[in-house]
Design a protein around this ligand. Structure first.
Ligand code: CA
Length: 232
């Protein structure tokens, strides 16, 4: 994996913060933590982290404000938010604020590590496995996308959503199927999250609204409309 990952943990429950730091240390990852939102924002601005874990309920500065502030400053640090069980709207709010993924408390440390790995996964090699659909080219090794040769920056989950749709081009895929596939361990997962991710994906792939790569079929789901030209 090369360099050890540097993870920022912003969580005010100190026992949980320590538990996370220990789990990351087991992976030989370096972690810095804070229990205060304002201090977390300072750390995120000043130090080169690879990924951040951010609780939403924080003293100093709420987690959502921390995320919005970083995104308003064009800070692209991958962020996973921790949300409370049963408060599904927190997940949507977190993603809308600019978080890349969420995890519902309580969670298994293995799950957290897997999610953080997914958020930072950028394989060194590229060009070996490609999927082409209309002007889109997906590099399935590097998990990167170009639209008419222009690089398109997607988060890990946006990429996975797109690859699933491209591999099922022409088929109607329901929100539930996408939610089950993206979040297999979240038992009360919510399909509103899929709407938020799809909205972001559409804006990134098709900022001018010319291409319309993903069709919404009311009450049924989504369909990727560009022709899948297969693996290259
Ligand atoms: Ca909290």
């Amino acid at each position: 994996m090369g360099e050890p990952m540097r993870v920022l943990i912003v969580e005010d429950e100190s026992a949980l913060r320590e538990q996370i730091a220990n789990a990351l240390a087991d992976q030989d990852w370096a972690a810095d933590g804070s229990g205060d939102g304002a201090e977390g924002l300072y750390l995120a601005r000043e130090f080169p982290f690879d990924v951040a874990v951010v609780d939403l309920g924080l003293p100093g500065l709420p987690g959502l404000d921390l995320i919005r502030t970083l995104r308003a400053e064009d800070n692209a640090l991958p962020i996973l938010v921790l949300t409370a069980r049963g408060r599904w709207q927190e997940r949507v709010e977190g993603l809308e604020a600019g978080a890349d993924d969420y995890l519902v408390k309580p969670f298994h440390m293995e799950e957290l590590v897997a999610r953080l790995r997914a958020l930072t996964r950028r394989a060194a090699g590229s060009g070996s496995d490609r999927l082409v659909a209309g002007p889109l080219t997906l590099d399935t090794t590097a998990q990167s996308v170009t639209v008419a040769e222009r690089p398109c920056e997607l988060t890990a989950y946006e990429y996975q959503l797109l690859e699933y749709l491209v591999r099922h081009a022409g088929q109607v895929v329901s929100k539930q199927v996408l939610a089950d596939w993206l979040y297999p361990h979240d038992e009360d997962r919510d399909s509103n999250v899929i709407e938020v991710l799809l909205g972001r994906l559409r804006r990134k792939l098709d900022p001018d609204g010319q291409l319309k790569p993903i069709e919404t079929l009311r009450g049924r789901g989504y369909r990727f409309t560009l022709q899948d030209n297969g693996e290259r």
